[in-house]
Design a protein around this ligand. Sequence first.
Ligand code: ZN
Length: 466
Amino acid sequence: MKTISLIACVVGGLVLSSSGRSPTLRVGFGACDITPALDKKVYIAGFGKNRVAKGVHDPLMARVIVLADGQRKIALASVDLVGLFLPVVERIRQRLPGFAYVLVSSTHNHEGPDTLGLWGPNAFVSGVDPAYLKQVEDGVVKAIQQADRQLAPAAARLGRVPVPELLNDSREPYVKHDDLVALQLDDPKGKTIGLVVQWNCHPEDLGAKNTEISADYVWATVAHLHEQHACPVVYLTGTVGGLMSSLRLELKDGQGNPLKEGTFARTEAYGRLVGKAADKAIAAAKPVTLTPFAVERRDLFLPIDNQLYLLAWKLGVLDRQSYRWTGDWRRAEPLGPGDAKADLRKCIKTEIGWLRLGDLDVAAIPGEIYPELVLGKVQDPPDAGADFPKAAVEPSIYGQLTGKHRMIVGLANDEIGYIIPKRQWDEKPPYCYGRMRRQYGEENSLGPETAPLLCEAFRVLTRSDR
Ligand SMILES: [Zn+2]
């Protein structure tokens, strides 16, 4: 029997049409420009603080696909932003009655405005403009409503292609999630009405010095696919932890000359390579059944053990409700203003999701998960230098998915930072792999308990109807 606690919400159930065949799929696409106006200071997110935007190179977009199976509607939205916290997504959902599930994922763009708070003028001041967050909310709602109005019968094809050469893994152990997934939606006459492309890389190719607002390489990937297929494109970011990047990949121009890092020419070249990989996946795509739908989602609580995050919370730089950690990811108590300075273990509420769209299983993970955790490749045996070498290997995300096809959406409905396998946590000396210095990652994670708790919650979620 399924039990539903007061703070958890699980919706689900499979519905087959009376004929026993899969119900007809309908899809619609929508988009909205969410580029910030530069009539006030816009702080660019992703690298150092106080990076003020001086211009706009290409527009930031919210891109949406709405899918319907005759019983329920699902919206998948992607925004060209560094991340959105769950409360923003909850506000968007409140404005969209009639949907079984609304997923809002960020591409994790490092060349757009600060939407989380960490990249303001200094450590004490948030870089978020609340008016801009409202603009994003409005834009996503508008794009979803537009996609909803376009709903029309469609057939789906799915293709995937491994492209390890398009990823640089900048943290040991070197494990890449190098599968690019493409979904092609055609109308009954065979005309392509839209594409969904999912890839696993940080949109940060323009680097830390750029001061022009851009969607980073995603801009060029989408432009390439528009040119090739003349239809709307939704680009979704998947597994980006551990650390999936295009930085330090050697890229060359048409004449074979190396492209310089931090230039739009290089970023465009990378984005077009991702677009060409998507072309290959599309060319090899096979028909796939995406109905009926089943949706499972639930809240979970994760302790905040990162001292820098706790400080940012105290200063109001990170503006988000915190809770008292009870030792159980299923429940927690909200903290009031009087509790802010209290010496107790705090936690946040976040959310995980599991969609079954016919033969396609989709994991919705609220941050930057390490590929090891998705693919079941956590280091075993652990490195002796790790901080918790005896920690159990977490149940993998893809290990829980039973569908014929699998896909992951990262930064889904939230951005909680890195989700690091506990036995690869390496903050204290001696460091793993004989290194003299620690690797980058832990400073942007809630803490070492994040992965074990989240992976366990996902395991429970995917068993909630069995
Ligand atoms: Zn990141």
